[in-house]
Design a protein around this ligand. Structure first.
Ligand code: UD1
Ligand code: UDP
Length: 354
């Protein structure tokens, strides 16, 4: 069996890492295509190195651009690869432009699609990710859902065939690499931080980063943060802060994006996490660190229901207080599986194609 895996952005390297190893361990041939959407060393290469992800067989080098530019360039490149390599399956992850491009190219050439992280919904169609998810799920053959909520979401859309509850592959990565980070990461010493004395912050969603008023409101409110906020800045946000002529206040400590090991260690030792990232909300929950999410809604509803995640979109001015005393909970269930998702997915594919 020959699989063509499509990845392109930071969270997809993290999701693909453990699955890639599981596929190869189980004798499934995998060709890896990196669309090149993320290309800075600290947005791409560092994850391949730290997680031991095999080098991509193809890099389409699509780079930055509009949604149409990125998706179209990826679509074209992936179509060529499918025609040349004739894979039995195209494997896509999550909800980026690489996801929809991979799925679309495969469906038009009648190649079955496996979607890892199927069924998630924010029900907010102004998010590009929501469009990518909904469309990818409609044309996927195998829908690997991380949660039972995702399975239910698909059912509501009439999608029941090929749906599997597998758990979340990000749990596999987090469980494995947090142990590695404990031995290897020196980020706390490097930044002179004591555990639980700081907050960790990431912002990159267009609804926040592309909106000057929103960014300014956030920076002004966080000026009064009672603890330092470590801020690994996503390149999108860095670019927009500069374009908007905004600067972080002293309570905020901007740093370059960090690798996965340092990120696991920063997350685990943070007092609180402030983010608009999808993956980081879930990682906060898994590390049992309270999370404040700068979005009106979330796909990871379990984190909110269990009391670890607070949606603060319209409560920006309350942030200093929330950082001082973030809501925490004693409920922490294994909604996302127990770290075996990559093996489960591989098992299903192996059985189906044998
Ligand atoms: C993309 C995904 C988003 C995901 C995020 C993860 C889509 C539609 N969006 O958003 O779902 O949450 O990745 O991080 O696919 N840039 C660099 N260097 C890089 C990459 C980007 O400088 O290596 C800058 C460029 O100025 C670029 C901007 O960041 O224009 C945005 O990058 P892009 O890949 O378009 O979208 P993300 O915001 O990263
Ligand atoms: N991440 C990282 N270094 C950073 C910021 C994030 O390793 O400086 C990891 C984070 O731990 C998570 C993933 O990147 O596993 C989330 O990616 P991102 O927030 O870019 O995208 P999203 O999950 O919102 O799509």
């Amino acid at each position: 069996m020959k699989t063509l895996t499509i990845i392109g952005a930071r969270p997809q390297f993290i999701k693909a890492g453990m699955v890639s190893h599981a596929l190869r361990r189980n004798g499934i041939q995998e060709l890896l295509c990196h669309t090149g959407q993320h290309y800075d060393d600290n947005m791409s290469m560092v994850f391949f190195e730290e997680m031991g992800i095999p080098q991509p067989d193809y890099n389409l080098g699509v780079g930055s651009g509009s949604h149409a530019e990125q998706t179209a360039a990826s679509l074209r490149g992936i179509e060529d690869i499918i025609l040349k390599e004739k894979p039995d399956l195209v494997l896509v992850y999550g909800d980026t432009n690489a996801t929809i491009a991979g799925a679309l190219a495969a469906s038009k050439l009648h190649i079955p699609i496996a979607h890892v992280e199927a069924g998630l919904r924010s029900y907010n169609r102004t998010m590009p990710e929501e469009i990518n998810r909904v469309l990818t799920d409609v044309i996927s053959t195998y829908l690997f859902c991380p949660t039972s909520v995702a399975v239910e979401n698909l059912k509501k859309e009439g999608i029941t065939k090929g749906v599997y509850l597998t758990g979340d592959v990000m749990v596999d990565s987090l469980m494995h690499f947090t142990k590695v980070a404990e031995n290897k990461s020196t980020i706390l010493e490097h930044l002179k931080l004591e555990p639980k004395s700081y907050g960790l912050m990431t912002i990159h969603r267009p609804a926040n980063a592309d909106n000057r008023g929103k960014l300014l409101g956030l920076l002004n409110s966080l000026e009064k943060s009672p603890i330092p906020l470590i801020f690994p800045i996503h390149p999108r946000t860095l670019k927009l802060l500069s374009e908007f002529d905004l600067e972080a206040h002293p309570a905020i400590r901007p740093i370059d994006p960090v690798g996965y090991l340092d990120m696991m260690w920063l997350e685990k030792n943070a007092k609180v996490i402030l983010t608009d990232s999808g993956g980081i909300q879930k990682e906060a929950y898994l590390h049992q660190v309270p999370c404040l999410t700068v979005r009106p809604e979330t796909e990871w509803v379990e984190t909110v229901e269990d009391g670890w995640n607070t949606l603060v979109n319209d409560r920006i001015e309350e942030l200093p207080e929330l950082i001082q005393s973030p809501p925490i909970s004693i409920r922490n269930k294994s909604h996302y599986g127990d770290g075996q998702a990559a093996e489960i997915i591989t098992g299903i594919l192996k059985e189906t194609f044998s």
